[in-house]
Design a protein. Structure first.
Ligand code: NAP
Length: 321
């Protein structure tokens, strides 16, 4: 079994008390088609700031949105994964990118003191601010953040299973480009990317991933669409259903001693993935499962139990929120 060695990374070079100012280069929709959602590919110029050259693929930066929250306090730092490789969008780590999504929702009562009939329109402060930005606008940034959701120091020593839900695809865009379009030559490892979206139109960077799959035999792009019926009247699927239904494809990859698994997206999505791994007996190397959970049928596992009793190993990177 090959545990990964991760590169050293720099963290928190720039803090909220003294953020740097980045300038917007471009801000364009990156969905496959017309959708009820709005997701952007936002490119920021951090050239000549302490952040230039400081990020590695998979890390995040902080954004300080202007204005105040409902309590009249300045907005807190919100983290966004970079969507570019270590060398940025420009090859010089001057331009970094991320994948903000407009948060447009209804307020739902959270505590006993909240009015149960209050369902007013709720807009996320920071993601909508980022989605509104135009070329030339300034943004206050901090970072870098994150030291575990990284490619290993020797990428060719491993194979990869990347599993994303929605904007959780951001770090995998950077990692796929880092592995496949590396100036030192493409990585020949097996790389599977599974992307989960509500509708086909919501797929993010779909053109890019299709192009990479056409150009590289070792890159495999799978999509799990949850809200569209499939042929034969079958229901839509989540990412873990895709693994379950195609276990013949994924078993050799997961059983390989050098494979690394990365999960990014929604809180709780790891539960379904872990259940499928255990169902097919391929969890070894990725998970340590406590006795409390071993005695429960995986199909019955609850998120709370999984968080407490299923621990990811160094070969399984999970970033969900
Ligand atoms: P989205 O477009 O709504 O897509 C999420 C997909 O996952 C949908 O198809 C959804 O299906 C499905 N899904 C729902 N519950 C699931 C479960 N338990 N297991 C597997 N799949 C499930 O996603 P989004 O609005 O962009 O949200 C993405 C999330 O990723 C956000 O919470 C964001 O904060 C997080 N994120 C994290 C990072 C990071 O940690 N670095 C980076 C970027 C984004 P249905 O909706 O049809 O049920």
């Amino acid at each position: 079994m090959t545990n990964p060695v991760f590169p050293d990374v720099r963290m928190n070079i720039v803090r909220a008390a003294d953020p740097v100012t980045a300038r917007v280069v471009s801000n364009e929709l990156c969905m496959r088609g017309k959708s009820a959602s709005f997701v952007k590919h936002l490119v920021l110029d951090i050239g000549d700031t302490p952040l230039q050259g400081a990020f590695r693929a998979g890390q995040s930066f902080g954004v300080l949105a202007p204005g105040e929250d409902a309590q009249g306090k300045p907005h807190k730092v919100r983290l966004y994964s970079i969507a570019c490789p270590t060398w940025g969008e420009d090859g010089e780590a001057r331009l970094i990118s991320t994948t903000p999504k407009r948060l447009i929702d209804e307020f739902s009562p959270q505590t006993e003191t909240d009015d149960p009939d209050d369902h007013h329109l709720f807009l996320g402060a920071c993601s909508n601010y980022l989605c509104d930005l135009k070329a030339g606008d300034e943004v206050r940034l901090t970072g870098p953040n994150g030291k575990r959701f990284l490619l290993p120091a020797s990428p060719a020593d491993h194979d990869y299973l990347f599993i994303a839900a929605g904007t959780g695809i951001a770090p995998f865009r950077g990692m796929a480009l880092e592995l496949l379009e590396n100036p030192a030559g493409p990585c020949k490892s097996q790389i599977h990317l599974i992307m989960g979206s509500p509708y086909t139109t919501d797929l993010l960077y779909d053109d890019l991933f299709r192009r990479l799959a056409e150009e590289h035999d070792n890159f495999h792009y799978h999509t799990a669409i949850s809200r569209e019926p499939r042929s034969g009247g079958r229901r839509g699927i989540y990412v873990h259903h895709l693994i379950d239904e195609n276990i013949d494809v994924f078993r050799p990859l997961l059983a390989g001693p050098r494979t690394l698994m990365y999960i990014c997206g929604l809180l709780g999505m790891q539960n379904g993935i872990y259940q499928v791994l255990v169902k097919h007996g391929v969890e070894e190397g990725y998970l340590t499962i406590g006795e409390e959970l071993r005695s429960v049928d995986p199909a019955q596992w609850e998120d709370k139990q999984v968080r407490r009793h299923a621990k990811s190993t160094p070969r399984c990177m999970v970033e969900v929120y």
